[in-house]
Design a protein around this ligand. Structure first.
Ligand code: SAH
Ligand code: SF4
Ligand code: F3S
Length: 451
């Protein structure tokens, strides 16, 4: 069964966890909490009460790391005010910077993404003069046997990591260095976790991996399970439990995945398909292993099989050597696809990556920012355009809770991942509602109730 969070038990040492970065890190923090709870720790949301302060960190862009350095200053203040407070830096920044985090920063524990099982030992061995570090990456670790302690208290939606690491070498990306080689988790343990979540009342699971389409589990007897097969198994746990997944790599998303999505109502009709650039020249330098035409073909295939499928993306502005024409190629691709939404970033050089060794980070800051702003402005128009197509449609929404702006209203996501707000009839988080889309903004569908 899922563990229960203890926040009120005063006799136990308390851990405070701040999580940065992607959904995989959110899930990792739940794994860490499970491991620490077994050691007698309880979770606190109040840093002033914490005996152990953990930051589960991200290295994806320089500004992600800068934010964490800023927080570290705050953590140190806690340590000066209350002796005995332990500071741990875990996750991707721990893996990237290793013992550099120990030099004069008053950090006690540094643990990389594959070292969490070792945290109890590290805490025991810790003395003021003897900080602990474990940044070994593993080829096997998937934390398959650990039941994550869910920190989201709504009990509606949960993440399940189906794999760890990444075997791609996108030239800009630090993830293969911070998370190590790709490994797939035993499907039985994934299904067990999905069933437990269903039994605990969860209504939605999101299967996580850096590249879920390359999920490939092989048993000793030669049997194997690929991503569409896994997706189907999880969908069959219960028709009442929605299944989402992220992230899909355009080079690997197969027709089989698309057909499996179409076959099951409870597999949400949404694909996060990061394009990064609309220029085939940039995509080649990024080592994405697809080009503009391939990407557009995948989008066409998705839409031919699932016409209403939500498609979202990630875009990087100002990668090494990006010309004005390359930038225009990104804009025209965005106009052609009309993404529902996008995460958009200025390129940030990461030490140790292929791009940092091979290509100068030569696009001036002003140009990068100007291009990023153009991309953001265009996406705003595209999001509105894509939302306008929803007007008049009936959508099935999973209620997340009261809307932030108006507590008489509820909010929740449709299958295509669009956020809907609509009048409440007393439903609660985890209920399904049918709504009709009346009007839209670029971020939200404003709906009325069906019948
Ligand atoms: N595994 C996913 C992406 C994980 S990182 C995939 O392959 O699509 C999330 C996003 O961060 C990436 O899609 C990319 O858009 C962005 N990103 C990664 N490295 C970056 C860098 N060095 N500078 C700017 N953005 C970056
Ligand atoms: Fe990074 Fe590419 Fe792996 Fe995604 S697929 S995590 S962008 S190396
Ligand atoms: Fe960041 Fe690591 Fe995720 S670098 S985006 S937390 S895999």
């Amino acid at each position: 069964m899922q563990n229960i969070i203890h926040t009120t038990d005063d006799s136990r040492p308390k851990v405070y966890i701040e999580t940065y970065g992607c959904q995989m890190n959110v899930n990792d923090s739940e794994v860490i909490l499970s491991i620490l709870q077994d050691e007698g720790y309880s979770l606190t949301e109040d840093i002033d009460q914490a005996d152990l302060i953990l930051a589960n960190t991200c290295s994806i862009r320089d500004n992600a790391e800068q934010r964490i350095w800023g927080r570290l200053d705050q953590f140190r203040l806690q340590k000066r005010r209350r002796s005995g407070v332990v500071i741990g830096i875990v996750g991707c920044m721990a893996e990237r910077l290793k013992d550099k985090l120990l030099d004069g920063h008053e950090v006690d524990i540094v643990a990389g993404p594959d070292a969490y099982r070792n945290l109890p030992e590290m805490l025991k061995a810790l003395t003021p003069d003897n900080p602990q570090i474990d940044v070994l990456l593993s080829h096997e670790e998937t934390y398959a046997d650990i039941s994550p302690v869910r920190m989201d208290k709504k009990g509606v939606s949960a993440f399940i990591s189906i794999m760890r690491g990444c075997n791609n070498v996108c030239s800009y990306c630090v993830v293969p260095y911070t998370r190590g080689a790709e490994r797939s988790r035993d499907p039985e343990s994934i299904l067990r976790e999905a069933r437990e979540l269903h039994e605990a009342g969860y209504k939605e699971v999101t299967l996580l991996g850096q590249n879920v389409d390359s999920y490939d589990w092989k048993a000793e007897d030669g049997r194997s399970v690929n991503f569409p097969q896994l997706l189907e198994k999880v969908a069959l746990v219960s028709p009442q439990m929605r299944v989402r997944f992220s992230t899909s790599h355009p080079k690997d998303i197969s027709d089989e995945v698309i057909y499996t999505m179409a076959k099951y109502e409870n597999i949400c009709k949404h694909i996060h398909l990061p394009v990064q650039s609309g220029s085939s020249i940039m995509l080649e330098k990024m080592r994405r292993k697809y080009n503009r035409e391939w990407y557009l073909e995948r989008v066409a295939k998705i839409r031919s099989v699932i016409p209403d499928c939500g498609i979202t993306t990630d875009v990087i502005a100002g990668f090494c050597g990006e010309t004005q024409q390359d930038h225009l190629d990104t804009l025209t691709l965005m106009e052609e696809v009309v993404f529902d939404s996008a995460f958009m970033f200025a390129y940030s050089e990461r030490p140790g990556t292929l791009a940092s060794k091979k290509y100068p980070d030569d696009i001036p800051y002003e140009t990068k920012t100007a291009r990023l702003n153009e991309i953001i402005t265009l996406q705003g128009r595209m999001s509105l355009k894509s939302n306008e197509k929803e007007i008049g449609k009936t959508l099935k929404v999973l209620v997340e809770g009261p809307s932030k702006k108006n507590h008489e209203e509820l909010c929740g996501r449709a299958s295509n991942n669009k956020m809907c707000v609509f009048p409440s009839r007393g439903e609660k988080a985890g209920d399904y509602c049918e709504v009709i889309v009346d009007s839209v903004t670029s971020a939200t569908l404003i709906c009325s109730r069906k019948d």
